[in-house]
Design a protein around this ligand. Structure first.
Ligand code: F6P
Length: 365
């Protein structure tokens, strides 16, 4: 049994519904073992200033299981191994501040760290483990694109939000006899688009794993109108792209590049080719907002409790993972080796095709 007496927890990367539930489970399970818990604010940033590490106890995690966001704050711009520094002349360079993280953890008397995050945060966690930090990862992302776990918490809540949006688009699309194109998140994987698209009975679903053919997409739309259904719903994953094309990026106000903008391209091209009236919608960060649904809460609580168990067993440099029906440990190196794509011959793609949904390629038959 581990002699760890004080552990820390942090949340890194984009938020996902369920983060607070993990924090609560970590704190309560650790307290039951007689340990103290510290929360590092804003991923690792809290270690770089005086009041960035807070004490967490059962009182501070009361009533947070159902809440979205994270009580610890998060950032997807704070990689301590590649910390951005803007020079006097406006130039951008990067410095390695990981030793400061190691020192900071020592200064706060932290014996082990539970790092909750997506692939970027877990890669940082793995890097810290290689520097001797005792760390256990907890996989989080609405994108569900992490290798080595069947599911990440936050995903199913995002799918629910997206499905609800698709449901609502049906009535306005039908009223105006329009083609409604909705862009969903997911980075370079099509999990959210595929799940929400099938559940929401979209007519066309475009995902990064299956580059789409404009002719096929437009034929499907025309077939639909010809058959008397005078509207159509097209779901586009933000990372989807046409055959011979590539994913589209947009610039954020802070100067970083993010996937996005494909809904407008698809909407304009469908209009140009078919003459149908089209409108597009980017669902965006609504998919990350709000509280976790019951399944995500449960998964988050299971992950938090399992992470503390791993610390107690002194099993570090690993991540908790769902391997239904169990939660088990996988090496962090395995978890960050690559992203998990939608299998193009998997059951859900096959189901979509069986239902007549156009996946953008000729395999639709
Ligand atoms: O990884 C989660 C995610 O929401 C992606 O689906 C999306 O591409 C990205 O984060 C958006 O990042 P940001 O919050 O920086 O705009």
């Amino acid at each position: 049994m581990s002699d760890a007496r004080r552990i820390a927890v942090n949340t890194g990367g984009g938020d996902a519904p369920g983060l607070n539930a993990v924090i609560r489970a970590v704190v309560l399970s650790a307290e039951r073992l007689g340990w103290e818990v510290r929360g590092i604010l804003d991923s690792y940033d809290g270690l770089f200033h005086d009041d960035g590490v807070i004490r967490l106890d059962s009182r501070s995690v009361r009533g947070i299981t159902h809440l979205g966001g994270t009580i610890l704050g998060t950032t997807n711009r704070g990689n301590p191994f590649r910390w951005p520094v803007v020079g006097d002349d406006g130039s951008l360079s990067f410095v390695d501040r990981s030793d400061e993280v190691v020192d900071g953890l020592e200064r706060h008397g932290i014996d082990a760290l539970v790092a909750i995050g997506g692939d970027g945060s877990l890669e940082i966690a793995h890097g810290l483990a290689e520097k001797g930090v005792r760390v256990v990862g907890v996989p989080k992302t609405i994108d569900n694109d992490l290798a080595a776990t069947n599911l990440t918490f936050g995903f199913l809540t995002a799918v629910e939000t997206a499905t609800d949006a698709i449901d609502k688009l049906h009535s306005t699309a039908e009223a105006h006899e329009r083609v409604m194109v909705v862009e969903l998140m997911g980075r370079n994987a099509g999990w959210i688009a595929l799940h929400a698209g099938v559940a929401g009975t979209a007519d066309v679903i475009l995902i990064p794993e299956i580059p789409y053919d404009w002719d096929v997409v437009c034929e499907k739309i025309e077939d639909r109108y010809r058959s008397g259904r005078d509207f159509a719903i097209v779901v586009v994953a933000e990372g989807a792209f046409p055959v011979g094309g590539e994913p589209l990026f947009k610039q954020t106000a802070e100067g970083s590049k993010k996937l996005g903008g494909m809904a407008k391209i698809v909407s304009d091209e469908i209009h140009r080719r078919t003459g149908r009236e089209t409108r597009e919608l980017v669902l965006g960060h609504l998919q990350r907002g709000g509280g976790p649904n019951a399944y995500d809460r449960l998964l988050a609580l299971r992950f938090g409790a399992a992470a503390v168990k791993l610390v107690a067993e002194e099993r570090y440099d690993c991540m908790v993972a769902l391997d239904p029906p169990d939660v088990l440990a996988v090496p962090l190196a395995e978890a960050v080796a690559g992203i998990k794509h939608v299998p193009v011959d998997g059951d859900i793609v096959q189901t979509a095709r069986a239902l007549g949904v156009c996946m953008g390629d000729r395999a639709d038959g």
